[in-house]
Design a protein around this ligand. Structure first.
Ligand code: NAP
Length: 589
């Protein structure tokens, strides 16, 4: 299309998208919006850094051709008072990928936030916030290096939809009347009312994007964050639809956390991503105590809003936290802070948020080497304590520099010969080591892991006792009792009899079949008092079903056997009680 004010660089080529597949030429045209306030300062600095990294990584073979697009105050000047020109939207659709600085929300009647308008007009339904620590950035955590998550926050639904009715208005009264009279809802008369829509469509496209990201980036897990124990048909539905999309569309490369324990004994199979879920309030605690348990997080709008800022603060990064808003194929990367008007044109602020949004943009178009150069050069500059005022405030002996000088120092590091291969190798070795440690913890202490990692027990494998003591039919009851006492167990598994049936002998059998009957343990064998056939369940059996079996058969323990019929453990009503008492209970199947 012919643009009025947008100039597409002649040497550049547009990115194309066919069948959801992005084709990036070596000379792509990417859009940028400078933004208001501190926007021009940080944008100028970042353009230089991104270009330097691309030049260094590809030696001139690749180059970004930037097209300036206009929104906010600059747009109002260029487009005669229009803060949100239609042409900018068209150009973003045309170029697929753009990056923007912060925008002032014009104050006054009728103005929507430009950022919100942009999201709505382009249906940018996923807000993507990578949160990781860069060595040297001041952080409140003891070990911030363990934080490395990417949060996918749903951008279009939830209580942010604006379906709200102020207390006392006619609309509010009308809705309240309907809810009370027709739906028998109960709430105080003067309540303001808001609606929380969470749809299958909105949930699935967000979770689909999160899982696809995890696959493309070799991530370990995707966690669905929700408060489904309280809000069953919105947050609970998000959880259910999330698991559904994983199962139906990514079944070949995902397993659930339940399967991880029940089928794989805690050992994550190569090439499979674990899909798990956590209650929203617990995730805040876990992100502080065990951040390395999490990788990609998929959240609804409100939870994600809180969580992404809280997580960014953990790595000292609220001022340098990057972000992007995406539709199926359009991606707009952006600084997550505002325009900080008091610092406008002062060459003062930290360019980090926009800088790392650009790093994510380079990764998004597949230019990983250029992205890595910046990520690896950045800690080197911080190690020299060359920082902008905001970090200098929290750093002893810092050399405070302006935005431009910070960019100079970073470009010098980029050009100074970072040993990309060695640093990458060190990072991937560290990640592999941490992954192994997590696996060992899962293997050795599954129950402790479940409780500490905030996982709610759902299946028999979550609660069963795995150490089995087996005896044969011809063992004397006296010897068997000695085994029980020595191993501190209340039951023994009895090996198959001639008909191939496994058995079980419990303390209760001793009481009812020996003591009560006035017999002697030395005169009897295990085979004479063992119960057969034993009631068996699989590790995947849902706890609710296991509880049903226990109730129906009037027994207190179940033998847990694998698909081949081999016993793997025992589960008792005490195990189920203990697990639920300690970690809570999420009733949905
Ligand atoms: P803000 O612009 O983010 O600034 C708040 C404070 O954060 C600043 O005073 C400064 O703290 C610190 N800060 C922000 N960016 C920084 C940077 N790059 N380097 C170092 N410190 C930085 O928030 P605001 O003052 O509430 O909002 C100002 C305008 O921005 C409003 O019009 C708002 O609507 C808009 N806004 C836009 C976006 C967006 O476009 N994505 C987002 C949020 C807000 P100190 O004072 O401690 O130095």
């Amino acid at each position: 299309m012919a643009y009025k004010h947008v100039r597409l660089p002649e040497d550049g080529q547009k990115i194309t998208v066919e069948n959801d597949q992005m084709n990036v030429p070596d000379n792509p045209i990417l859009g940028y919006v400078e933004g208001d306030g501190i926007g021009p300062d940080i944008t100028k600095a970042c353009l230089r850094i991104w270009d330097a990294a691309v030049e260094k990584a590809y030696g001139g073979k690749r180059k970004i051709h930037w097209a300036e697009l206009f929104m906010g105050e600059k747009a109002a000047k260029v487009y005669d008072g229009d803060y949100f020109p239609a042409e900018t939207l068209e150009a973003i659709k045309d170029l697929w990928v753009a990056i923007k600085g912060p925008l002032t929300t014009p104050v006054g009647e009728g103005f929507r936030s430009l950022n919100v308008s942009l999201r709505q007009e382009l249906d940018l339904y996923a807000c993507v916030r990578p949160v990781r620590h860069y060595a040297g950035v001041p952080s409140p955590l003891k070990d911030p290096g363990k934080v490395d998550v990417v949060i996918f926050r749903e951008n279009t639904e939830d209580v942010y939809c604006g379906i709200e009715y102020q207390s006392g208005t006619d609309e509010n009264k009308k809705l309240a009347k309907f809810l009370k009279e027709e739906m028998k809802a109960d709430f105080f008369d003067d309540a303001g009312l808001g609606i929380k829509p969470i749809s299958e469509f909105g949930t699935k496209r967000l979770v689909r994007k999160a899982i696809q990201y995890a696959i493309d980036n070799g991530r370990e897990s995707v966690t669905l964050v929700h408060k489904g124990n309280i809000m069953k048909f919105t947050e609970g539905a998000f959880r259910a639809w999330g698991y559904e999309v994983a199962r139906e569309e990514f079944g070949h490369c995902t397993i659930t956390e339940d399967q991880l324990y029940s089928e794989y004994n805690g050992r994550q199979p190569e090439g499979k991503i674990v899909i798990k879920d956590r209650i929203a309030d617990i995730i805040f605690q876990l992100m502080l105590l065990r951040p390395d348990d999490f990788d990609v997080l998929a959240t609804m709008n409100l939870n994600g809003d809180y969580l992404s800022d809280a997580a960014a603060a953990e790595v000292g990064g609220i001022g340098i936290a990057p972000g992007a808003n995406m539709s199926d194929n359009i991606a707009v990367f952006e600084a997550t802070h505002g325009t900080a008007p008091k610092y406008a044109d002062k060459n003062k602020v930290n360019p980090g948020s926009l800088l790392f949004s650009g790093v994510n943009m380079l990764e998004y178009i597949g230019w990983q080497e250029a992205a890595d150069l910046i990520s690896l050069a950045y800690p080197e500059v911080l190690a020299d304590k060359i920082v902008t005022y905001d970090f200098a405030r929290n750093m002893e002996g810092a050399t405070e520099v302006g935005t431009k000088e910070f960019a100079d120092a970073l470009i010098e590091q980029i050009n100074g010969g970072i040993d990309l291969e060695t640093k990458r190798k060190q990072r991937s070795e560290k990640l592999a080591r941490e992954r192994k440690q997590r696996e060992i913890r899962r293997l050795l202490q599954p129950m402790e892991e479940m409780i500490a990692s905030g996982r709610t027990p759902t299946s028999v494998s979550d609660v069963m006792t795995r150490s089995l003591i087996t005896v044969t039919d011809d063992t004397s009851v006296h010897d068997a009792m000695h085994e029980m006492r020595k191993n501190e167990v209340s039951s023994l598994v009895v090996e198959p009899n001639d008909s191939g049936e496994w058995g079980i002998m419990t303390r209760r059998d001793i009481v009812t079949k020996i003591v009560r009957e006035g017999k002697s343990p030395t005169d009897l064998t295990v085979g004479e008092i063992a119960s057969r056939p034993v009631v068996t369940v699989t590790p995947e059996t849902h706890l609710r079903e296991a509880a049903n079996v226990i109730a129906e058969k009037n027994i207190s323990r179940l033998l847990v056997a694998g698909k081949d019929g081999e016993p793997m453990g025992i589960t008792t009503e005490t195990d189920i009680f203990g697990a639920i008492e300690q970690s809570g209970w999420l009733p949905e199947a």
